[in-house]
Write a protein of this length. Structure first.
Length: 502
């Protein structure tokens, strides 16, 4: 099983003069010489360097205290999550899975070999506690692909100790700068090696970024951002990182909604099949997420019930219900992320962005066609909310509110995509649609919670347990739904008034 650690480090250019004296850094009581380590690392990537393009590094390294496979994902400038696996001849399967959304059907090849003589120092405080590891690395890089070259350099690397205060790195940097040392222009050794060993013809000309000018470009920028989110969240979902499944599901929904909302800009005969696949993916992601939301809701509701009104092993049965579902859907979800269907969807999204099916209106200035799409979605929400309000309480109203909630999400995402083009009006609509989505979501969560409570009650009754507490929770959920239905008409009137200037 791979281990994960948060790596916080900074890199600096170094002359042959070596490491400046760091004993004057505030908090440092001693600088301990830990000797020289000889490191030999081979970096892997696809032939077109997909991992490097995402600032992801995958290497097999021997030497030093952490020999093995290392996979690093960027978190923020100077911050990466490093996932380590034991040394082996072939790439461990769990690491292969974590890069699959980027590699897909491509082959991982050795692209660069880095050999470093690492002269290590430990900065420790008065109690001998490690504050940071500082090293002077003499690096030789050899490109292993056809036409590659070699290069060498020396750099200083400062890595914060586990659990350390990042502000300490500012103190070290202040001392280094005072000694004439400057931050490295490269984010990583691999980035520098690739840049300095690439054949001249492989170096693409820099293309200056520019703001979207047409309606189509605005929408495609949002589409691209959601595609990127799906790809980047894939490893986190595989690692079961907190909120990752929900975030990935939201990205798929945003993308699908955008393709629908802006059908006058992007040809829906092309995008609708993509939307169907996104719907499938969102559904697979939702198998776990919906149960998680229900579990959190029911657990919180049970915590509010006085102990004297809790009859039978309600908490235990709820935990068993939640755990059994999580275990089953978890394995299924990993299978989905490894499936040809999912990887084909990612390829299709890439192709759609590279060669978008633009309609004539997509070439126009953005304000009018984008505002038209947003207004159309808002009118759809208005009709559904007003229909729900007019219905009598019961199943029909529950269904109508649920439909209104789904269309509210779509209107919200359309407004999000429109913000760069429409500015303040779109921002205001995002805010109001988010608030409406929350209100309607509270109602739908109540409907689903009541259904789950009826199921749990039936199982408890069959086991000879009291169903009293489940009935009590059911009644409280009914009252929550009633409060939403009572509040909705006035809430909607306020939204309509605020959206009048859209």
């Amino acid at each position: 099983m791979a281990d994960t650690k948060r790596e916080i480090e900074r890199k600096y250019e170094s002359e042959d003069s070596g490491l400046p004296d760091l004993t004057g850094v505030a908090g440092v009581a001693a600088v301990l010489d830990k000797g020289v380590a000889h490191l030999d690392a081979t970096y892997y990537d696809t032939a077109d360097e997909r991992l490097a393009a995402s600032s992801v590094t995958l290497r097999r390294r021997t030497g030093g205290s952490d020999a093995g496979w290392h996979l690093k994902f960027p978190v923020a400038p100077g911050v990466r999550d490093e996932i380590q696996a034991p040394l082996s001849d072939t790439l461990p399967g769990d690491l292969a899975g974590l890069v699959r959304s980027r590699v897909r059907g491509g082959e991982l090849l050795p692209v660069v070999r880095l050999r470093s003589n690492r002269d290590v120092r430990h900065l420790v405080d008065a109690d001998g506690r490690l504050l940071a590891e500082v090293s002077v690395d003499a690096v030789r890089a050899d490109r292993l692909t056809a036409g590659g070259g070699e290069t060498q350099w020396t750099e200083i690397e400062v890595e914060l100790a586990d659990g350390g205060d990042p502000a300490f790195l500012d103190k070290v940097e202040k001392r280094l700068r005072k000694a004439g040392v400057r931050p490295s222009a490269s984010a990583s050794k691999l980035a520098r090696a690739l840049a300095e060993t690439a054949p001249h013809q492989q170096q693409p000309a820099a293309v200056p970024a520019r703001e979207p000018a047409t309606a189509g470009e605005h929408v495609l920028a949002y589409v691209r951002a959601q595609r990127d989110a799906i790809v980047e969240l894939d490893p986190a979902v595989r690692r079961d990182a907190e909120d990752s499944v929900h975030s990935m599901r939201v990205a798929t929904r945003r993308l699908r909604s955008t393709l629908k909302s802006y059908g006058e800009l992007l040809d829906r005969t092309v995008t609708d099949p993509v939307g169907d696949e996104l719907k499938w993916l969102a559904g697979e992601l939702g198998l776990d997420r919906d149960r998680e939301v229900l579990t959190e809701r029911l657990t919180a509701a049970l915590d509010e019930v006085p102990a004297t009104l809790v009859r039978g092993p309600v908490a235990e049965r709820l935990h068993t219900w939640a755990s059994a579902a999580h275990g089953g859907t978890r394995g299924r979800l990993i299978g989905v992320l490894d499936s040809r269907r999912y990887l084909a969807l990612l390829d299709t999204l890439d192709a759609l962005i590279a060669d978008p099916p633009l309609r004539k209106a997509a070439g126009k200035k953005p304000r009018k066609p984008i505002a038209k799409a947003v207004k159309k979605d808002f009118r759809r929400v208005a009709g559904l909310v007003e229909r729900a309000v007019a219905l009598e309480p019961g199943t029909d109203r529950d269904v109508a509110i649920h439909e209104a909630r789904k269309k509210t999400k779509r209107a919200r995402y359309a407004a999000e995509a429109a913000r760069p083009a429409l500015g303040k009006p779109a921002k205001g609509l995002v805010k109001s649609m988010k608030a409406l989505q929350t209100l309607l979501g509270e109602h739908q969560d109540s409907v689903m919670a009541r259904q789950a409570l009826r199921e749990l009650s039936a199982v408890a009754h069959a086991a000879g347990e009291s169903a009293f507490t489940y009935g009590l929770l059911h009644e409280r959920e009914e009252q929550r739904a009633v409060r939403v239905e009572t509040e909705l008409p006035g809430f909607w009137d306020g939204i309509k008034h605020g959206a009048a200037g859209l």
